[in-house]
Design a protein around this ligand. Structure first.
Ligand SMILES: NC(=O)c1ccc[n+]([C@@H]2O[C@H](COP(=O)([O-])OP(=O)(O)OC[C@H]3O[C@@H](n4cnc5c(N)ncnc54)[C@H](OP(=O)(O)O)[C@@H]3O)[C@@H](O)[C@H]2O)c1
Length: 266
């Protein structure tokens, strides 16, 4: 399977690196206009080019990673090359129907990974068009499986996924930064404060994933009566952090919906 990545910027390059690392696909072809920025990918073994048509012609599967505003022009450019092929679009807020209206002969999957694909720990949600075959689904699972965890959802859920896990690494980065600065405030060195913060987030996520433990059960395991943790929790609960996070996801979801509407209205 040859995989063409059209628009290899931040997420496209991260996916290319992940596919190469996991040996998913016999050949990776990556495109962007400023092709000189793809030297690292080239050194890793990808073919890099400015020529979208060539890449689309060569690829058995096409992964489209341009910004939402560029999807229309790029799809028009490669339309004849992607006829009869599986195309995975990662463009936030761009609906399957819109993709299909531009290149009706291609078979589309719409997906939302996140930047943790760089360490093969993405959460990727995807939805499929009615023309997608069982074989396509297997191909898609192989690709997304090499990037981390994945789940198929209905298209109506894609805006919420964008607001939660697509944007999520940015929210968690803020949390880690806050923990790190808290560590500095209570006298830890920078290195130890960062390691303690990031590893605590990683370990807590892993604990919940692997034990299927409820988050409140986990919290209870750390709290002892009149101990240190309850002092911290008391401050957190007063801060409104829960509703701030809920509002953040809601706002990002709303924005994704707005972009969808503006795309639909041309
Ligand atoms: N970043 C994330 O965490 C993330 C997560 C999930 C989904 N996404 C989605 O992924 C898409 C890309 O996001 P990004 O953050 O990776 O943006 P980005 O870094 O700007 O990547 C987009 C790339 O497309 C290239 N491009 C633009 N026009 C092109 C053309 N005509 N032909 C070939 N390449 C072209 C640009 O490079 P040149 O200017 O050199 O051509 C740019 O590097 C977006 O639709 C976004 O919604 C991003």
């Amino acid at each position: 399977m040859k995989i063409a990545i059209i628009g290899a910027g931040i997420i496209g390059s991260a996916i290319a690196k992940s596919l190469i690392k996991k040996k998913c696909g016999e050949k990776i072809i990556a495109t962007r206009r400023k092709v000189e920025k793809l030297t690292e990918l080239k050194a890793l073994g990808a073919e890099v080019t400015r020529d979208n048509k060539y890449a689309a012609r060569e690829g058995d599967v096409i992964i489209l990673t341009v910004k939402p505003r560029d999807v229309k022009s790029v799809l028009k450019e490669i339309r004849s090359e992607i006829a009869g092929k599986l195309v995975i679009s990662l463009a936030a807020a761009v609906p399957l129907q819109f993709l299909k209206s531009i290149a009706p002969e291609a078979r589309f999957v719409r997906a939302m990974p996140n930047i943790a694909v760089l360490v093969q720990e993405s959460f990727t949600a995807y939805c499929v068009g009615p023309e997608i075959t069982e074989e396509d689904k297997e191909t898609v699972k192989k690709i997304f499986g090499s990037m981390g965890k994945y789940v198929e959802v209905e298209e109506k859920d894609m805006d919420a996924i964008t607001g939660l896990s697509g944007s999520g690494p940015a929210y968690i980065a803020i949390l880690i930064e806050a923990l790190k600065y808290a560590g500095l405030k209570v006298g830890l060195s920078r290195d130890i404060a960062l390691l303690a913060s990031a590893q605590t987030v990683l370990g807590t996520g892993k604990l919940i994933m692997e034990t299927k433990m409820h988050s409140s059960e986990l919290k209870d395991m750390v709290v002892t009566p009149a101990g240190t943790t309850i002092e911290g929790i008391y401050e957190i609960e007063e801060s409104g952090i829960r509703s701030a996070i809920m509002r953040a996801v809601e706002a990002a979801t709303r924005k994704s919906k707005q972009i969808t509407e503006s795309i639909k209205n041309g």
